[in-house]
Design a protein around this ligand. Sequence first.
Ligand SMILES: [Zn+2]
Length: 421
Amino acid sequence: MNELDAAAHAAALGHSITRFHPMANEAPLSCKACGGGDIQIFYRVKSVPAHSCLMMSSRDEALAFPRGDIELGFCRACGFIGNVRFDPALERYSAAYEETQAYSPRFLKFLDEVWDDQIDRFGLGPGMTALEIGCGKGEFLVGLCERSGCAGIGIDPGYRPERTRSSATQRMSFIRDLYGPQYAHLQAEYVCCRHTLEHIAPVFDFVRLVRETLGERRHVNVYFELPDMERVLQQGAFWDIYYEHCTYFTRGSLARLFRSAGFDVRRLYKVYDDQYLMLEAEPAAAPTGPTLPEEDDLAWVTSLVDRFEQQVNDRVRSLSETIAAHRAAGHRLAIWGSGSKCVSLISSLGLACGNDAEPAIVDINPHKHGKFLAGSGLQIVGPDALGQIRPDVVLIMNSIYTEEIRDELAARGLEPHLIPL
Ligand SMILES: [Zn+2]
């Protein structure tokens, strides 16, 4: 494919990544992090499933799932990136939301490291309370309480009480709700929020709410964990951009947000092959100024945003060519990992073609088996089904799982060609 064809291909798939100015009759865009008005639209995808982790029990339901548009806006003043077309009315978080990665040994090892590090760093132990905002199914909080002996409070509308089996449950409580000012009375020495901020559009209002609910309790340690956008921009990893994630941060933009909302940022770092961004902060009396060298990334991130269109075009072209070549050779394709990245990749590359060439979708989370992917309606199978399907090629949605997936395949006598993303 030459460059023109690639651009046409990208456009046909809904990618249109030109600099965009709002029409005269549209309200000017303003940054949800700093309030600034210099917003550059640099990436667009039309009509993607509004949720990609909600499990659909029928193909029809999955195909009819509500869709929304993505237009990523970059604030040239603070570096914040958000989907300016995000419509909160399409949000449907519920107990059918399957976000957990706790079935992967590699992920559990990572959780081990985070638990040990956080308990050690903040001296969590008996007599203390950890509060987790957006606790999902509660596995992080449970592990924290089990290992440290502290008490725990988890808040999440998607929490499922029947999934928690732990000796620590008698000192834990869960609230099935979104976090809000009504929870300001909850006392904790440690507040964490993992993989939640990227689902929240009014980011300043949210971080400010967290700060306000802490009030004068300046000793509270605050820990946030979320996907890192710097890596996505650098690698043109378009499958990491999806509707559920309405906001995207790099180290600098995250620190600037917390500082402006009245926190002092103490530590800012990346983990998990640089896929996740971690921030540790303490409440301050007023907005604070930058102190860490890694906060100073605005010029660099601006250059990455300006190059992103080309990066994505290159990625779409090369993946499309690879998949087309395997299909032409009659190879059976499977995609390992049925989460949001998979839904995004399928819709971006048009892989749900309605015929025999459709990829098999594999996931190790047993709660997903037999369910259908929003948007494409493809059904999710467990690794055991691969013995029958016998894929020739397996696309791995997150390269960090390559070795464990290779082992799972080998255990079933399979040695397909692996393409880790
Ligand atoms: Zn901004």
